[in-house]
Ligand binder design. Sequence first.
Ligand SMILES: *Cc1c(COP(=O)(O)O)cnc(C)c1O
Length: 487
Amino acid sequence: MLKKNMPVAEPYKIKMVEPLTMTTREYREDKIKTAHYNTFLLKSNDVYIDLLTDSGTAAMSEYQWAGMMLGDESYAGSKNFYVLEQAVNKYYGYEYVLPTHQGRGAEHIISKLLITPGDYVPGNMYFTTTRAHQELAGATFVDVIIDEAHDSNSMHPFKGNVDLVKFEKLVQKVGATKVPYLNLQACVNMAGGQPFSLENIRAVHEFCQVHGIKIILDATRCLENAWFIKQRENEHAHRSIAEILREICSYTDGCTMSGKKDLLVNIGGFLAVRDPKIYEKACELGTLFEGLHTYGGMAGRDMEAMARGLEEAIKEEHLNQRIGQVHYLANKIQEYGVPIVLPVGGHAVYLDAARMLPHLSQDEYPAQSLASALYVETGVRAMERGIVSAGRDKTTGLNNYPKLELVRLTIPRRVYTNSHMDVVAYGVGLCQERHHKIRGLEMVYEPENMRFFQARFDLAPKKHKTKADNQFSAAKSIVANLSPSLH
Ligand SMILES: *Cc1c(COP(=O)(O)O)cnc(C)c1O
């Protein structure tokens, strides 16, 4: 019997290939040791399948590469700027567009413009650079995402939603004049790529209207968010991604964009707004920090590639395959009985390292150990999202103990085939099978900031359990009592 649905294959064929490095287990054992058991310190040449990040790692199309040859590198008024401006007007609906070198350039400018020191900026969870720029401008970030986002057991379909009760509490406490805007992130990265619903953003918009609070959208993964709305919010199932995107943006005052994600380019971004006064000021700051307002730190050819990437990324067949591939990998991994975070988001699969390596205490860095082991077994590169990433408490100097020890497998757009995903899943299965052989680590060098990028490790000696470990084991046994679908 044929299956009911046509399988989803890549909606493109391959014109140019980039050879991958195949290495031996012995070779990789040596390389991970040299990299001090930190996958960030590996050379990409020693990696077979690179799932470190989906940022700036997409494959461009022939249409984008052809556009690169149309680069107009005039200092002012490049024709490619107008192509980009028109594309953003058309699809996102914002009138004014300022290119930036990447997303954080736009975050820098909008934070400086809208924040007065002492303000509060609520957000549906945070993103590292977004929050850093808000704090640099003198604001305090306040998390107003729904509780389900912090609960890996919750199967809520829109874990990126704003909790209006939390938001209202903040406004009542500090006063609306102290809240210049809500930063609304699409497909919340730190929550695992979880979307917000259209119903939620409509309600948030209504609330903001009443209180005179702006909404700045982090549109970095908004196309993927629109896809989830179409899939999961029944009343929008018949609408196009373009229509849904337009409606999301219509409730917001502007957006920051990292073109390195949704928009299928290796570098670039923009700030887009509706208010001409904000735009004028943004141009002044942009000129100072990024470049003149018609290039803003981007080459003409790169603006062309981003405009064309947008046209391609909004197509449903692209999003079906892109997010479909993430879910394909998740299903394969689950077939090996490996625990992952559910529901699966739009850009990555998260392995539950604490449950895969129950013999390790959190002080032995289970996620870091698993990421190293996965590299040794298969040459696949992933990223730790656990105690190493969580860093230390700024005031006490003690380690933060996050509830979860995760390894993130992030899928670049249009780069790998599902055969690569089969290899990745097999490698994860292999780690699961050999889990008892995976040894813990100890940190031998710890940088002060963002330690996960540069930290160095060694294999840990055997040690007895600490109080923190016992707390962690208790947390793990709670996680172990999940619905069977998690297994
Ligand atoms: C990557 C990212 C950014 C920052 O963009 P860069 O292009 O890396 O500067 C901002 N927000 C989100 C949600 C991101 O994923």
